[in-house]
Design a binder for this molecule. Structure first.
Ligand code: PLP
Length: 427
């Protein structure tokens, strides 16, 4: 379609870049069709849960103050529980982010003297402070909760032998991070997580297994709670918020454990009964309704980027052909100039703040300068198209999101455009 090329040109995508993108996209039809089938399944799963719980307009009403008898909140939690095939859910704007939801799940279900085990290596950066791997005020370590870790084997698989050895008398909880986050290990499939859960529970059936599900929701037709996870935790400004949730986190799982989480989030004796939703319920429901297709758009963007940059000779993780278990894509660009150009492209493609030029800076908590590109409707939302990279070898950029496939595509074409204009790639 001629108009398509023309409108991309009006957005400053040159014909060379447009044609290169079109060639890559043409080879991805079957991949995209598979992503669409998963989205279709998950869309039906979400609609089914909303119908079963008789969602209606009254559930969008705002509660204030204590938030007693917030029917919308209770229905939202019932819908989440059904989608995840779990007994109960805690889905709240008072869960301020993913790290907070994970902290609540851990702190609520561990007691002094208990041990937490990560059988999948180092957890996400912010969790190091929560657990006390990096000494932090208020960490689990300060409350006498110990931590043990078994690293993955060199090929990224589970070290079953050492996991068996690490499970002892004190081991109370196991934490499994599904997404690689900002590491280079592979992301685990739900099936792999299921195997690991079966293994640890065979050794000690009373273990509580929590899965950090961030960035993984709706990527597959199953969730970790379908394969034995007792708790599944994530952020609403990632996949399940569908771009519309302006804040929030969720914890789904066994009812007794969810109740512990509620007593920790609010107060002993109050639990799930309080927590006003201040008019956010509609955004939570509508975002959840959109989440399967939003996640599919982000996934297509990740697959497209992998294939575009692989074709240009860059290392990409995951590679262009691999199955996906989260929405994160990393591209090893090999030079600071290329990393900066890539991020400039993502920024220039944004609907919000497109005129801003991102620059590397010394962000607190990082040992090298970091560059971040995002132009989001919700601050910090990483289901919206965003990219970030530490300015250090091997000069890898991590990017994710895109509320629609077309926006993700524009972002990637624009990144290519910037690299092309600076003679950092040949097309
Ligand atoms: C995003 C993320 C978290 C939590 O991050 P927040 O920024 O606190 O929402 C935890 N684990 C993983 C794997 C993540 O991707």
């Amino acid at each position: 379609m001629k108009e398509l090329e023309t409108i991309y040109e009006s957005l400053k995508i040159s014909p060379e870049v447009y044609d290169f993108g079109r060639e890559v996209e043409a080879l991805l039809a079957e991949r995209f069709a598979q992503i669409d089938r998963v989205a279709e399944f998950n869309q039906m799963k979400v609609i089914g849960a909303m119908q079963k719980n008789r969602l209606s307009e009254m559930h969008f009403a705002a509660s204030t103050g204590y938030g007693y008898n917030d029917l919308g909140r209770e229905t939202l939690e019932a819908v989440y529980a059904d989608i995840f095939h779990a007994e109960a859910a805690l889905v709240r704007p008072q869960l301020t982010c993913g790290t907070h939801a994970l902290t609540v799940a851990l702190a609520a279900n561990l007691r002094p003297g208990d041990e937490l085990l990560s059988p999948v290596g180092k957890p996400y950066d912010t969790l190091e402070g929560v657990i006390g791997i990096r000494p932090s005020r208020g960490s689990l370590a300060e409350y006498g909760i110990t931590y043990r870790q078994v690293d993955l084997l060199a090929d990224g698989t589970f070290d079953y032998e050492n996991i068996r050895r690490a499970i002892g008398e004190k081991t109370k909880m196991v934490t499994i991070q599904r997404s690689k986050g900002y590491q280079t290990r592979p992301t685990f499939s739900v099936a792999q997580i299921g195997e690991l859960i079966a293994f640890v529970k065979e050794i000690k059936p009373e273990l509580i297994v929590m899965v950090d599900n961030c960035f993984g929701e709706f990527v597959e037709v199953m969730e970790p709670s379908d394969v034995g996870a007792d708790l599944c935790v994530g952020s609403l400004i990632k996949n399940p918020g569908g771009g519309l949730a302006p804040i929030g986190g969720y914890i789904v799982g066994r009812r007794d454990l969810i109740e512990e989480c509620a007593y920790r989030l609010t107060a002993p004796g109050l639990g799930m009964e309080v927590g006003a939703t201040l008019g956010l319920n509609q955004s939570f429901f509508q975002g959840l309704f959109l989440a399967p297709t939003v996640t599919a758009g982000a996934l297509k963007g990740a697959v497209f980027a992998a294939n575009v940059y692989e074709k240009l000779g860059f290392d990409v993780i995951p590679n262009g052909a691999e199955d996906r278990h989260d929405i994160i894509q990393s591209v090893v660009l090999r030079s600071p100039e290329a990393v900066i150009a890539f991020c400039e492209g993502i920024q220039a493609a944004a609907p919000v703040d497109s005129y801003v030029t991102p620059e590397p800076w010394a962000m607190p908590g990082y040992h090298s300068d970091v560059i971040m590109a995002a132009g989001a409707f919700v601050q910090g939302s990483s289901i919206e198209l965003s990219a970030d990279a530490p300015i250090e070898p091997p000069y890898a950029v991590y990017f994710q999101g895109g509320l629609t496939w077309y926006h993700a595509k524009l972002g990637i074409l624009m990144s290519l455009q910037k690299l092309f204009e600076k003679n950092l790639i040949q097309l």
